[in-house]
Write a new protein. Structure first.
Length: 230
């Protein structure tokens, strides 16, 4: 039973909105396309588009190759959709996630702190970074953070009190692993939010994350950047 539970289901019906949109872009293109083109056509940040493209490659739904160019310059990496009638084969990424989080938990002296640090780096990488002259106010900071979370597969809700935002996060895309390894997975998510807010120079800090206040609901508590930690 355990082995069966750790096998991933067919990836087709569980694609999130953003990943599904990227796949549709590849299918509609009819020819291999680069990350920048996918980002423009899907409305996603370049790094987020690359994240989902690589996820589609891992799932067997897309192929990655180096563009055949005879012109000067570095060849681009391009992506194309795999024919839908080609079976992707059984995937066990959940099992891999269980194994890796177990390694982190057992091998590191402070696994939660390490997860926060790793999450911060990914949050900075995935968020849509503003121009140097652009000022990101409180509302825009929350919007950009919610966009990153939605692109990763969460369903973020309205933050409520604008002075003390609490973002409801439904449908954690890593729920099964988080339930077993909460210290690592939830700390990773907290760090991701902190990195995204810092990279956008938003006036918020992700103060804490309340996991599973309901079976499919977590609460992300923000505080003003100038306020002391709770």
């Amino acid at each position: 039973m355990l082995k069966q539970a750790l096998n991933d289901p067919d990836p087709a019906p569980v694609l999130g909105d953003s990943r599904g949109r990227v796949l549709e872009v590849l299918r509609a293109a009819g020819e291999p396309v680069a990350v920048q083109e996918v980002a423009q056509r899907s409305g996603l940040h370049r790094n987020t588009a690359r994240f989902h493209l690589d996820g589609l490659v891992d799932a067997g739904l897309a192929e990655r190759e180096t563009e055949d160019r005879r012109l000067p310059g570095r060849p681009r990496i391009v992506y194309s959709a795999v024919a839908s009638n080609v079976p992707a084969g059984q995937r066990s990424y959940r099992l891999l996630a269980e194994m890796l989080t177990s390694v982190v938990t057992e091998a590191l002296p402070e696994p939660a702190r390490a997860a926060v640090t790793a999450g911060e780096a990914w949050g900075r990488y995935l968020v849509d970074r503003p121009a140097p002259s652009q000022r990101v106010d409180a509302a825009e900071g929350v919007r950009r953070l919610s966009t990153v979370l939605a692109d990763l597969g969460f369903d973020p809700g309205e933050p409520g009190d604008p002075a003390n935002p609490v973002i409801p996060l439904r449908h954690c895309p890593f729920r099964e692993v988080a339930e077993e390894h909460r210290e690592v997975v939830c700390s990773l998510h907290l760090g991701l939010m902190r990195g995204a807010l810092a990279e956008t120079r938003a006036p918020w800090v992700a103060d804490r994350l309340e996991p599973f206040v309901q079976p499919s609901l977590c609460l992300a508590h923000l505080r003003p950047r100038s306020a002391p930690a709770g």
